[in-house]
Design a protein. Structure first.
Length: 207
């Protein structure tokens, strides 16, 4: 199968769509059912919801990688969020601290991703004109050229992910996923909460 045939833009046949849907549903429902059989106290619907979120994330992640690779930017897949943020920001520049806060990722991760983009010639670091202690990250001409192709294509891909959804369903999905995210983020799952979950897990495993 060629890259073009395997790209997200290629429409699957009805039979292929049915096979993918059945496989995905079997994985989500099957793993949740297996949990329930081993641990009767498990909230099976909660497990199904978690498995569906993870399955959806990985499917979207892989589709995004294919699209980026098809555009000849395979190594940029993990750095797309920074390119998108810079491209959509007025002036196409931000400090590393601003990038970290807006993407909600650690400073060390931002540094690692930017280092890769610098090596590819897509961004460059620049000393702030008013505060020489501050380093800004800005798109290079090459970076802007890549973004002019990549950013609209990713928006079209996002639309593809929501095909068949009504406006109300999309709004509900966003609301529920943000609620899921809020429950999963570090502010809710602090060290004490993690320790309590581990303790309960050890007790459940011993029973």
């Amino acid at each position: 199968m060629t890259l073009a045939e395997n790209s997200p833009s290629r429409k699957r046949s009805p039979s292929e769509n049915d096979q993918v849907q059945v496989h995905g549903e079997a994985s989500v429902y099957g793993i949740a059912r297996d949990y329930k059989e081993v641990y009767p106290w498990v909230d099976q619907l909660a497990m199904e919801a978690n498995m569906a979120v993870h399955a959806g994330y990985w499917a979207a992640h892989e589709a995004s990688k294919k699209l980026i690779s098809a555009m000849g930017q395979g190594r940029t897949a993990g750095r797309f969020t920074i390119l998108r943020l810079l491209f959509l920001t007025k002036g196409h520049r931000l400090t590393q601290n601003e990038i970290s806060k807006r993407l909600m990722i650690t400073a060390a991760t931002v540094t690692y991703l930017i280092d890769g983009l610098v090596k590819e010639g897509l961004v460059k670091r620049h000393t702030h004109e008013q505060d020489r202690r501050t380093i800004e990250v800005l798109l290079t001409p090459k970076g802007k050229t890549v973004c002019l192709r990549l950013i609209p294509a990713m928006a079209r891909l996002a639309e593809t992910f929501c095909q068949g959804f009504s406006e109300e369903e999309k709004q509900t999905l966003v609301r529920l996923l943000l609620k899921f995210w809020n429950n999963a983020n570090g502010e809710v799952l602090d060290e004490r909460a993690i320790a309590a979950i581990l303790a309960r897990g050890e007790k459940d495993g011993a029973e």
